[in-house]
Design a protein around this ligand. Structure first.
Ligand code: ACO
Length: 446
């Protein structure tokens, strides 16, 4: 070691005597050694900047496309252990919440950090259900969409349009304003989703019924026809509530990263949520549930599953609903969803695509290609089958993901805003393009 530089104003001897929670990096280009602190199993990327070959050198950066190994925030909302298949919201195991909680209670937990008392839950439910109505002009806005518009496109645009109605939403550093927008977003998502669905059918919109539960009212706005009062089937109402609990948050996934990134510019929460819905729409994220069903329909019969798996293994197609960036074990949500699926099938009749899905899962779980890559069914593998049995068209599947994820998005957005270490998100790049060159006139271009 030629020399030693330390961070946080400590010398190596001091740092070493206090703790061994440091990392020594030797730069073989210069022979210099650097000692950087380790906190919560991480080093700070900015601590690398001091590593230079000479004083004019910009300094070392870390390169991590798609954030495979970069923690971009400190969070206290959701915990995942991907190797063990563990998922907890604010410390509570997902299995317990799915069994004992409701979506609205879980949303409160995500946003406030604690389960509500009876009075708090009553108050929270009252506020959410009194923000379910949408401005009549939003209804007209929805009417402007073509009859075959994808409902996720309608959701993205309509949620973004809400920002033009609620100017107070720009006051993002005001706690009271954030609370109001939270009620509105969680309250209005099912209404806009249901209106988008009815629009594609050319059916009249059904206004919210605030006497019903959150999922019950959603079913009412979707499916009510001539009844004077819609009574949701309790099994379907509970199944939807459980699915909503399972989809409420999933720490730093693609859309959570988007709402944090977009929100870091201090834009209003409607615009930031619209961006998160757009991220969710993609087939590699929340759009996968729709793609799973298309895939099962394409396979068509159980006998054709082995051929399809062969195509997956040659890289021609993906087995949609399989694999996850974080879970390298069975997704705990998929296990619960499989149970819910059977409850729904008992009521609605078995989905004919179930056999194909089970065969895909059976083969994949035994096949070396999937075993080696630790590819297991994710949350989207069975949800499509449930949604289809409940009477939803495929295009509504990602919407059914977006509704409950709204509470997680707002929790992530709020945590980012209140974190004194966060500022506008702005990654670095490694520039490998041309060095400076002279403008080429048209006649000299080939
Ligand atoms: N089918 C076939 N092979 C797969 C699949 C799949 N579904 N998923 C990953 N692989 C393979 C990759 O080809 C790669 O193989 P290789 O090492 O030979 O190149 C290896 O497994 C690792 O895959 P990555 O793409 O590096 O994994 P990553 O973490 O980047 O991607 C993702 C995760 C996007 C979820 C991926 O597994 C996938 O595309 N799955 C299908 C889409 C899906 O179900 N998405 C929903 C995810 S859950 C959610 O967002 C709600």
């Amino acid at each position: 070691m030629d020399s030693l530089t330390t961070t946080a104003g400590t010398t190596k001897t001091e740092a070493s005597s206090k703790s061994h929670d440091t990392l020594t990096i030797t730069d073989n280009r210069t022979g210099k050694a650097y000692e950087v602190p380790i906190t919560n199993g991480t080093i700070r990327a900015m601590d690398l900047r001091q590593i230079k070959t000479d004083p004019n050198d910009f300094g070392m950066m870390s390169y991590d496309p798609a954030y495979n190994n970069t923690a971009a925030c400190i969070s206290r909302i959701t915990y995942i252990d991907g190797d063990k298949g563990v998922l907890r919201y604010r410390g509570y195991p997902i299995e317990e919440l799915a069994e004992k909680s409701t979506y609205l209670e879980t949303a409160y937990l995500l946003l406030h950090g604690e389960l509500p008392t009876e009075t708090q839950l009553k108050d929270w439910t009252w506020h959410i259900s009194h923000h379910t109505f949408i401005h009549e002009s939003i209804k007209k806005f929805l009417d402007g969409f073509h009859y075959d518009a994808h409902p996720m496109g309608m959701m993205i645009s309509t949620i973004a349009a809400l920002s033009t109605f609620y100017h107070d939403a720009k006051d993002i550093l005001n706690e009271e304003s954030r609370r109001k927008q939270t009620y509105r977003l969680i309250g209005k998502m099912p209404t806009i989703a249901a209106f988008a669905y009815r629009h594609t059918l050319g059916m009249p919109f059904v206004y919210p019924d605030n006497e019903l539960s959150y999922p019950g009212n959603f079913l009412n706005m979707l499916f009510r026809t001539t009844e004077t009062r819609y009574r949701p089937n309790p099994t379907l109402e509970r199944a939807l509530d459980v699915l909503f609990i399972l989809h409420a948050d999933h720490e730093q996934n693609c859309s959570a990263n988007v709402i944090r990134g977009v929100g870091s510019s201090h834009v209003d929460p409607y615009s930031a949520t619209a961006a998160a819905i757009a991220a969710l729409y993609g087939p590699l994220h929340g759009g996968a549930n729709e793609e799973v069903l298309r895939m099962l329909l394409e396979i068509g019969t159980v006998q054709k599953v082995p051929d399809f798996i062969k195509r997956v293994k040659t890289g021609e197609v993906k087995l949609m609903g399989f694999g996850h960036r974080i879970y390298k074990n069975y997704d705990p949500r998929a296990r619960i969803i499989k149970r819910v699926a059977y409850e729904v099938f008992e009521l609605m009749g078995k989905n004919p695509l179930l056999e194909i899905a089970l065969e895909c899962e059976r083969i994949a779980l035994e096949d070396e290609y999937f075993v080696k890559r630790k590819l297991y069914p994710n949350v989207d593998f069975y949800t499509g089958l449930i949604y289809q049995s409940m009477g939803f068209p495929m295009t509504m599947f990602p919407v059914l993901f977006a509704i409950p994820r709204t509470s997680g998005w707002i929790a992530q957005w709020q945590e980012m805003l209140l974190d004194p270490e966060q500022k506008i998100a702005r990654p670095r790049q490694v520039y490998l393009g041309h060095d400076t060159r002279d403008y080429l006139s048209m006649e000299k271009r080939s």
